[in-house]
Design a protein around this ligand. Structure first.
Ligand SMILES: *[C@@H]1O[C@H](CO)[C@@H](O)[C@H](O)[C@H]1NC(C)=O
Ligand SMILES: *[C@@H]1O[C@H](CO)[C@@H](O)[C@H](O)[C@H]1NC(C)=O
Length: 368
């Protein structure tokens, strides 16, 4: 009996040390961005030792939920609530109701000196995956695709790469179809990052960057569409950046990866500037860096996508309205013509009807 208890205890200790190891391995970092300092996020660490304690992934999604104006998940522990308190400003009426949440896989830490434009708060990230539940009707979720590979043919890729290079003040020459396409993206530190579409890893990185820029543009567009309506949902722009995966697998920790990181930082910085401008400062950016992928899943209901479809179809209502008008008008004309012709035929037949006994016009009784 005593032996069994000891064995169980031993197994338990072994198991928990494995868990601790797993926790330690999956560490990364999280970065919060906001347009004006101290509006939505505390910029002073509140922890007694003056150092910021690590944050877990469920706590990060909890922060995002509160910023969107919802209560954090009820499964969040008490200590976590105080952690949220340390990050968020106390005023519950000061929430941006818009969040840009991006998960960056395969990188656990980056140099943030490139992101000087905004207030940046950085915390160490620990723990495992988290699911973020959102009440469907009240949140508009814009999903950023991981890459353009699936939906974009070579002509479309050329177009997106030209847009991306203009956005980053670089250039794009050649084309995807002829496999000589080349992006030259200038680096803040001097020199440029060259991405060749003929090389799969570089193509995937460029495609992920282009998808990120496109996703943000779509989110900004939706926000603009909402501005004219009375519908005011919370807005979440979210996705996963997987561009580094292929670069790391192909080149390891090489110069091209460092340059890629620098370009990514510049892109984020520029995109957040656009977001800050179009949301008039009422948005917070949350970047989750982790070696692993799939740390955050966002669960939003189907009602939002249906609502989105309605908005996107109503955006070109001029054509549909004229089509409906045309169909209705022709139906009315056709029905009118048929009625007129049948009336004329009926009258003609009445006029030429022979007045015999068995005519239906006179009843048999009268003749009898
Ligand atoms: C973000 O937008 C707010 C409001 O428009 C503005 O006051 C602030 O300076 C902007 N921040 C940056 C970094 O551009
Ligand atoms: C939809 O049609 C109405 C009436 O024709 C027009 O006033 C409105 O601007 C249109 N909306 C859009 C988004 O085109």
């Amino acid at each position: 009996m005593g032996f069994r208890v000891t064995l169980n205890l031993f197994l338990f200790v072994l198991f928990s040390s494995f868990c601790l190891n797993a926790r330690a391995e999956s560490s990364g970092s999280v970065v919060f961005l906001e347009g004006s300092s101290g509006k939505y996020l505390r910029n002073q660490p509140l922890d007694s030792d003056g150092e910021r304690t690590p944050i877990s992934v469920p706590e990060v999604t909890g922060v995002a939920s509160v910023l969107l104006g919802f209560a954090p998940d009820s499964s969040l522990a008490i200590e976590s609530s105080s952690k949220l308190n340390n990050i968020l400003t106390p005023n519950p009426f000061e929430r941006p109701l818009a969040v840009f949440l991006l998960e960056v896989s395969r990188l656990d830490d980056v140099d943030y000196s490139k992101l000087q434009v905004q207030t940046v708060i950085k915390d160490k990230l620990v723990g495992s995956k988290a699911l973020m539940h959102l009440p469907g009707e009240e949140v508009l979720v814009t999903k950023i695709e991981e890459s353009l590979d699936g939906e974009c043919n070579s002509a479309c890729l050329d177009k997106e790469f030209t847009y991306l290079s203009n956005f980053l003040e670089g250039s794009y020459s050649g084309s995807v179809a002829t496999e000589d396409g080349k992006l030259a993206l200038p680096l803040a530190s001097g020199g440029a990052l060259y991405l060749h579409v003929a090389k799969e890893a570089e193509l995937h990185f460029a495609s992920s960057l282009a998808a990120l820029v496109r996703g943000i543009n779509i989110g900004v567009e939706f926000h603009g569409d909402l501005a004219g309506t009375s519908f005011n949902p919370a807005e979440l722009i979210t996705g996963r950046f997987t561009g580094f995966k292929a670069l790391i697998e192909e080149h390891g920790n090489s110069e091209i990866l460092q340059q890629g990181v620098e370009i990514f930082q510049t892109t984020i910085s520029k995109l957040f500037e656009i977001l800050n401008r179009s949301y008039e400062g009422k948005i917070v950016g949350v970047l989750i860096y982790n070696k692993e992928s799939g740390m955050v899943e966002v669960a939003s209901s189907a009602r939002i996508s249906r609502w989105l479809e309605e908005t996107s179809t109503s955006t070109d209502n001029s054509t549909t309205a004229s089509e409906v008008k045309l169909v209705r008008r022709s139906l009315a004309w056709i029905t009118g013509l048929i009625l007129l012709i049948s009336t004329l035929i009926g009258v003609c037949m009445l006029m030429n009807m022979p007045l015999t006994r068995d005519t239906l016009l006179y009843s048999n009784v009268k003749f009898d």
